[in-house]
Write a protein that binds this ligand. Structure first.
Ligand code: AMP
Length: 285
């Protein structure tokens, strides 16, 4: 496995692969890898000749009061996980390698970035789109793998790829959970033992909502109120948002009569966690 910290060297490695006619699968990450990331790597391993993982905590997608400085980092640990998973190249640039000076041009997500995390984290998706576009231009993959854990990010990257004609196939990958239901996240490491237990309220509230919809409830307000009610039973939890939006444009729906995304963000103590589910097929009542 190769590890590169520079754009120049990564391009040289990738050009050599290209000259042999090899295909490249790409998994962008912020590191501190867990089984969620591993599932993306495994899928990429199956579908491509070479697998590239980027590890970069992208400063421009963090707001001023967010966790940029405390975000967990351990490149040696990540290196071992990638090596065991059969990764061919880790691209782990420094901030100055990616942003030698402040960008004058960014990519923005417009309507898709208005709600959910976009409404709560100003500039977040501008930072995400811009870094992913840069990474696509550096790695030039045939396929890129994104988790449904970050459902809004996935929708925006799919749209960006289409609108800006990036020659890459975006491959969505299902959410990987702990055995008790908590969606895996590098941020779970922030949780104390009590908070870790309290964090189960996210997946619990979503499964109650899913059961309601499966039982025939189509009124989004009723679903919303049920999620709210369940989360409020947990003293350590503070709701950041609950959203029921159409799965394409991510705009709120009142009646669930089309594919929807049910997404929540909840603070457990100081840690902000997100979780969601897509409902792809909706039968009429
Ligand atoms: P991150 O390092 O958190 O930026 O995540 C890198 C990629 O891994 C993104 O496409 C995430 O959606 C994906 N990912 C993170 N956690 C999970 C999970 N629990 N299940 C599936 N994919 C995930």
């Amino acid at each position: 496995m190769l590890v590169s910290t520079t754009i120049k060297e990564s391009r040289r490695i990738i050009e050599a692969w290209r000259s042999e006619g090899l295909t490249i699968g790409f998994v962008p990450t912020m590191g501190y890898l867990h089984d969620g990331h591993k599932s993306l790597i495994e899928r990429a391993r199956l579908e491509n000749d070479k697998v590239v993982v980027s590890i970069f905590v992208n400063p421009i997608q963090f707001g001023p009061n967010e966790d940029l400085t405390t975000y967990p980092r351990d490149l040696e640990r990540d290196r071992q996980i990638c090596e065991a998973a059969g990764v061919d190249l880790i691209f782990a640039p420094s901030v100055t390698e990616m942003y030698p000076e402040k960008n004058l041009v960014y990519i923005d997500a417009l309507i898709l970035g208005d709600r959910l995390c976009g409404a709560k984290r100003e500039g977040h998706f501008r930072g995400v789109c811009t870094v992913v576009a840069k990474l696509f231009n550096i790695i030039t993959p045939e396929r890129a793998y994104f988790g449904e854990k970050d459902a809004q990010q996935l929708a925006i990257i799919e749209q960006m790829t289409k609108d800006l004609n990036f020659d890459v196939q975006i491959v969505p990958c299902p959410i990987v959970r702990e055995p008790d239901g908590l969606a895996m996240s590098s941020r779970n490491t922030y949780l104390s033992t009590g908070e870790r237990q309290a964090a189960l309220i996210l997946s619990k509230a979503l499964s109650v909502a899913k059961n309601l919809i499966n039982a025939g409830e189509r009124n989004a307000k009723v679903i919303y109120q049920k999620i709210e009610e369940v989360i409020k039973t947990e003293a350590l939890a503070r709701i950041d948002y609950i959203e029921i939006v159409d799965a394409k444009l991510l705009q709120p729906v009142t009646i669930i009569d089309q594919p929807v995304l049910v997404a929540i963000a909840v603070f457990i103590g100081k840690t902000r966690l997100i979780d969601n589910f897509f409902l792809r097929e909706v039968s009429s009542r």
